[in-house]
Design a protein around this ligand. Structure first.
Ligand code: DGY
Length: 319
């Protein structure tokens, strides 16, 4: 029997590509450029399966034009805001993602953003690197201490919980908002708030871990920044759509926010050029899950989903 034809839209880890080539008739976009709507529509007539990343957009318009040959989209991402799930389901296409395997890497990065933003990591590095470290003073680069501080987490899913586990190592008092309260064993002492507003009132540090949906677009807006304790630090390692970037900048300028750590932006790649002039924004280029171990695990999880599908089972991560 011939192997299913698989299109891999980006250059995934070597281990993933080796396994894919063994089990599927695989074509890889070694150029590593994001697939356009036209590329996706054309591929749907040639391939039974696609492994895309969050850089390929399956809008309702694209979904309507897909060839019936395409049976499964096995995303190499946990976030699926690049996929119009109802439209793809209506076309009978199975869609999966890669939960769990990237939670620690992303939680780690959120911790880096929080520490880096709180302790002026970017400005400090630049001053040393550029040979401008020509004085020291007790009032020089004084930051905000993370240890023992109150942390607010919005979205206590897998990544939120992985981040909370790391924050416990810093003795943080953890508060969270989530659609529903976690069972005690999962909350591990974290304090539940049933509204975002109530959480913001106590969050000296705030970290966003919810998916981008129409309901969470601009979740952090001017009104909500105003509810944080003065001088709070916000971290976003989830999706840029969660933050109104003009409101964020305004809150940073007034000092309502002392600093922000961002791995995600409204516009990606590129980010927000208006942020570049602000030393109190610590920015990274959407690399939350970018560790060798996690990239392999994401690739393997996407392939596990494909294997299940092509052996007639329901893939574990079917959405
Ligand atoms: C995810 O998995 O959603 C990450 O943002 C990388 O795509």
């Amino acid at each position: 029997m011939s192997k299913p034809r698989l299109w891999i839209t980006r250059r995934l880890s070597d281990a993933t590509l080796e396994r894919a080539a063994r089990d599927y008739d695989t074509v890889v976009n070694h150029d590593d450029t994001p697939g356009s709507a036209q590329d996706i529509i054309a591929a749907s007539a040639e391939f039974d399966a696609i492994i895309p990343c969050h850089s390929e957009h399956f809008s309702a318009d694209v979904a309507a034009q897909l060839d019936p040959r395409l049976k499964i989209i096995a995303n190499h991402s946990v976030g699926v805001d690049h996929c119009d799930l109802p439209a793809l389901k209506a076309r009978g296409i199975t869609v999966t993602n890669t939960p769990d395997v990237l939670s620690d890497a992303t939680g780690e990065l959120a911790m880096l953003l929080m520490l880096g933003a709180a302790r002026h990591a970017v400005a400090g590095d630049r001053i040393v690197r550029e040979g401008k470290w020509d004085f020291w003073s007790p009032s020089f680069m004084v930051g905000k201490q993370v240890t023992g501080a109150r942390l607010g987490i919005i979205g206590m899913g897998r990544v939120g919980r992985a981040f909370a586990a790391k924050a416990r190592g810093f003795d943080m008092e953890i508060h969270y908002y989530n659609r529903s309260e976690l069972p005690t064993a999962q909350a591990k002492g974290a304090i539940y708030h049933d509204t975002v507003e109530s959480l913001l009132g106590v969050a000296d540090f705030l970290s966003l871990h919810c998916p981008a949906t129409p309901e969470t677009t601009n979740l952090m807006n001017a009104e909500r920044f105003a509810l944080l304790p003065h001088g709070a630090v916000m971290v976003n390692s989830a999706r840029g759509a969660l933050v109104d970037e003009s409101a964020l900048l305004a809150a940073l300028k007034t000092g309502q926010l002392a600093a922000a750590g961002l791995d995600c932006f409204q516009v990606e790649p590129g980010g927000n050029p208006a942020f570049a002039a602000h030393d109190n924004i610590f920015m990274l280029p959407h690399i939350g899950s970018a560790t060798t171990r996690t990239r392999d695990a994401m690739g393997f999880r996407a392939l596990d989903n494909l294997d299940a599908f092509f052996t007639g089972e329901t893939p574990k991560d079917t959405l």
